[in-house]
Design a binder for this molecule. Structure first.
Ligand SMILES: Nc1ncnc2c1ncn2[C@@H]1O[C@H](COP(=O)(O)OP(=O)(O)OP(=O)(O)O)[C@@H](O)[C@H]1O
Ligand SMILES: Nc1ncnc2c1ncn2[C@@H]1O[C@H](COP(=O)(O)OP(=O)(O)OP(=O)(O)O)[C@@H](O)[C@H]1O
Ligand SMILES: [Mg+2]
Ligand SMILES: [Mg+2]
Lengths: 253, 253
């Protein structure tokens, strides 16, 4: 039974898609069967693994609103053992359309049920909001993985995020655990990064992964080539950090 | 009659709040009367100008859903001529609550009507989504100002954003103009930044401000001190860039 991990934080630009893509790719490199599910209408995770959205015959939108089986929209990537359920722009209309539907929070969980056996890990990339798409992902997930940028503004939304995780656990998904917090875009040139990490460790203790993802230009260049960092520049600091994070995720079991 | 500018982009972390706060502060420094309106439940613009959310007696939530006059929730900042209509965490529930309300898209526009005379500029900071809060801001605005990060992923959501602006212009606010696009977080150490700027200028032509905001650590440190960049470090590259941008905004009239 594959483990479902939702990568979530309503603060924008903290490294959700970058973490989802690179964790998924590193797990596949460690011989795990991985499905990356793009739940963000922007579709960054989809293009981050090199999938051309113009050539798709189906997407997560069709699964959530059109009743298509998830297995029908899944496509392979150039990375062995890594498949993706892609997002396209029509997903932008999903939140409003889902409001009126039956069991609207469970549509992704129900869709994933049929493919969980076929994968070791299912990684869900969420949009920067706490609307019905993110609630669907948290309802489907075993664990939430929260990237937090080493910046002051990133600290402000945390209580809102924890509220939402607790509400989902209470009303929709009693098994949901906060798997861990990963610090991203660490910049050694400013004390700010250290201060933010200290503050986060104070709140979350050992839920914070030891691995800290540094700010690394190669990570921001890789999506333009449609490649995860381990293919774009396997010796970069970014690649090393995501390999390290993956070891920790595997060790947590 | 004050000009209303909505700072908008559903891509997360592109510098919306940083641009809203620093443009507002620089306009106030140029002797304009400015109201900064925080329409993002995260409340980053509110804390970016040093307002303590715990001490507030009212917020934008009370205006949009509780029928309180906007003038009642506006608070002063330490910057002369700069006031703020603050956001608190309860705004997070607003999108769902607004769905069922009368004239739900016009609530911010109607609320701003009574205070427009008293200000030269009203700057609206939007959340990273295209839901009812952003639609309220676009419906209230004369112009949309779009920060675009000099990164690959930032290009992907642009057509979705333009769709939304066009829909709002067609159905809700015929006077809405796309004021301009400002490139942010330019990093001279990578060709990626230049490539993204070239791509954006190809699409938007002279709507793209000449001023490019560089990646500058002082800009990310300033919010932790509750100060705009011109107070935190007035000689930094970040302060220079936002003063330059302000000159261009004023020149466009
Ligand atoms: N460690 C890093 N070093 C440098 N750049 C990074 C790093 N992680 C992510 N980036 C870049 O920063 C930007 C924001 O990251 P990303 O898009 O992954 O965040 P996100 O949380 O998914 O954003 P959104 O909230 O819009 O979904 C992207 O352009 C990405 O390429
Ligand atoms: N030019 C810059 N140089 C360095 N850091 C910056 C710059 N502009 C913004 N930042 C920092 O980058 C982060 C993202 O910026 P900001 O929060 O303003 O973006 P946003 O678009 O408002 O995000 P959200 O989508 O969550 O509302 C913040 O921590 C901010 O301090
Ligand atoms: Mg993302
Ligand atoms: Mg913001």
């Amino acid at each position: 039974m594959g483990k479902v991990i939702a990568v979530v934080n309503q603060k924008g630009g903290v490294g959700k898609s970058t973490t989802a893509v690179n964790l998924a790719a590193c797990l596949a490199a460690r011989r795990k069967k991985v499905l990356l599910v793009d739940v963000d209408p922007q579709g960054n995770a989809t293009s981050g693994v090199g999938v051309d959205k113009a050539k798709l015959s189906g997407s997560v939108y069709d699964v959530l609103l059109g009743e298509r089986p998830l297995a029908e929209v899944v496509v392979a990537t150039e990375i062995p053992r890594l498949e993706v359920a892609p997002a396209t722009i029509d997903l932008a209309g999903a939140e409003i359309e889902l409001v009126a539907m039956m069991s609207r929070e469970f549509r992704l969980r129900n869709a994933l049920a049929e493919v969980r056996e076929a994968h070791d890990y299912l990684i869900l990339d969420c949009p920067p909001s706490l609307g019905l798409l993110t609630v669907n992902a948290l309802t489907a997930a075993d664990e939430a993985l929260v990237p937090i940028q080493c910046e002051y503004y990133a600290l402000e939304g945390l209580s809102q995020l924890l509220n939402t995780i607790n509400l989902v656990r209470k009303h929709l998904n009693p098994g949901l655990r906060l798997d861990g917090v990963v610090m991203t875009m660490f910049d050694a040139r400013t004390n700010l990064s250290e201060q933010v990490i200290a503050e986060v460790r104070k709140h979350f203790g050992d839920k914070v992964f030891k691995t800290v993802i540094p700010r690394n230009i190669r990570l921001s260049e890789a999506p333009g080539h449609g490649k995860p960092i381990i293919l774009y520049d396997k010796n970069s600091k970014g690649a090393q950090a995501y390999r390290e994070l993956t070891r920790e995720v595997l060790a947590r079991g």
